[in-house]
Design a protein around this ligand. Structure first.
Ligand SMILES: Cc1ncc(COP(=O)(O)O)c(C=O)c1O
Length: 417
């Protein structure tokens, strides 16, 4: 066995390729352009063109984008916002940071908000519904849109997993009043940290106010930008050393001394807001984003191909429930449901394969104080079962078709034991 071979790992900077790493190295040395530079406008303009709207603003993260959307649309103080359970804490946090109230809806078989349950959750205080296309599987956006129109509620799409997804020929992100995108390290494309807000149908007056609000936002500090730029460079060392155990050690040490940053800070687990949210996207990360944007089509094509392999190789298994076949799905992760998901995660780890555990906690990651973020246990039973039984198979750009076949074979072996 080649000990320096990179492991199959869903979460270890899965999108980064040699061109991203060399670009990152050049960006590190272009210190005067870390904060301000032309890449920011260029990245925003690409979204303006793709989504056919001028209302596009870039951020240092998806959660900043979501927070800004809520603020821009006047949603806050005591307003209720319906979101799905089985999500990332960044979603309810964005609402809590605005002093709003997250109201949790249960999910359907696509692991997205179940439109049938929405009307009973709507009250006079409901101001918005945030729809998430989980793992790149389309939500029932048509049905949800009808409900938001009926009750005159704002519709926000959280496209953190769904850049490039089309539903009925229309891009995810175009269906609602606004949409947020994330370019976090494990997302469809990655600038390590980053986000975008897209506003559809703004009135002239609204557009001016939003532009002014955005103008007041700060850039993250140089230390934080440096931490993000270190990430691809560090991972180019961590991955080949991972099987030897040294990679893990290096990663641990880098986090400990603050060479790289954590995706979620401790205070966010309790609904707290770190100072850097919301902030604008710095030029250095926009440079990385542009390079990844060029590869979006190729990446999503590869993800579809890998998903087809799983679909074929795992068909007919008794305990393994495959995701529904929905047209257009981009499969950021290929999520199966299995009664022994946690055991399977360990089984694969022993085999040197790191699968994914989104969302192993009903509001992820583990350690979130459910009470503080307003989730009442048992209120969303289907989402709780999904959290218990989900196992994400990788579809990321760097993995090979043979890797997917190998994972399917091992899964069958496990079931037939
Ligand atoms: C559904 C969803 N929305 C929003 C976010 C937050 O994105 P970011 O990490 O860019 O703030 C995440 C993060 O994983 C997510 O899964």
């Amino acid at each position: 066995m080649n000990l320096f071979k990179k492991p199959i790992a869903i979460s270890l900077s899965p999108n980064l390729q040699p061109d991203d790493i060399s670009l990152c190295l050049r960006t590190v040395f272009n210190y005067s352009r870390w904060k301000i530079g032309p890449a920011i406008k260029e990245a925003e303009n690409r979204f303006r063109k793709n989504f056919n709207t001028d209302g596009v603003y870039s951020f240092n993260s998806g959660r900043s984008a979501l927070y800004f959307i809520l603020e821009a649309l006047g949603i806050g103080d005591g307003d209720e916002v319906i979101i799905q359970a089985f999500t990332c804490v960044a979603v309810p946090d964005s609402i809590l940071w605005r002093k709003g109230i997250p109201v949790y809806a249960d999910i359907d078989e696509s692991l997205n908000i179940d439109p049938k349950l929405l009307e009973q959750l709507i009250t006079r205080k409901t101001k918005a519904i945030i729809v998430q296309h989980t793992f790149g599987l389309p939500a029932k956006i048509n049905e949800i849109k009808k409900i938001t129109q009926k009750y005159k509620i704002v519709l926000i799409e959280d496209c953190s997993h769904a850049l490039g997804l089309e539903i009925g020929g229309k891009a995810a992100g175009k269906w609602g009043d606004a949409a947020s995108f994330s370019f976090g390290r494990d997302k469809v494309i990655s600038s390590i940290f980053g986000g975008m807000a897209v506003f559809n149908n703004l009135s002239g007056k609204q557009a001016i106010v939003i532009k002014q609000k955005y103008g007041q936002l700060k850039m993250p500090g140089n230390k934080w930008i440096g931490q993000q730029l270190m990430h691809p460079l560090l991972f180019s060392l961590v991955l080949p050393l991972y099987r030897l155990g040294l990679g893990k050690l290096l990663l641990f040490a880098a986090l400990k001394i603050g060479l790289i940053s954590r995706p979620v800070e401790r205070k966010e687990l309790n609904g707290g807001r770190p100072d850097r949210y919301p902030s604008r996207m710095p030029n250095a990360l926009a440079v990385l984003l542009l390079n990844q944007l060029d590869k979006l089509h190729e990446y999503n094509g590869h993800r579809r191909l890998i998903s087809e392999i799983y679909q074929r190789e795992l068909a007919g298994m008794k305990k393994t429930k495959l995701p529904p076949e929905l047209p257009g799905a981009v499969f950021l992760r290929y999520n199966i449901l299995h009664p022994e998901a946690k055991k399977l995660l360990r089984f694969f780890k022993l085999e040197g394969i790191i699968l994914g555990n989104w969302y192993q906690s009903i509001i992820d990651p583990i350690g979130v104080d459910l009470k503080k973020i307003g989730y009442r246990k048992s209120c969303c039973p289907k989402a709780e079962i999904a959290a218990e039984t989900s196992l994400n198979l990788p579809t990321y750009p760097n993995m090979k078709e043979a890797d997917a076949v190998g994972i399917a074979v091992k899964l069958r072996q496990y079931e037939n034991r």
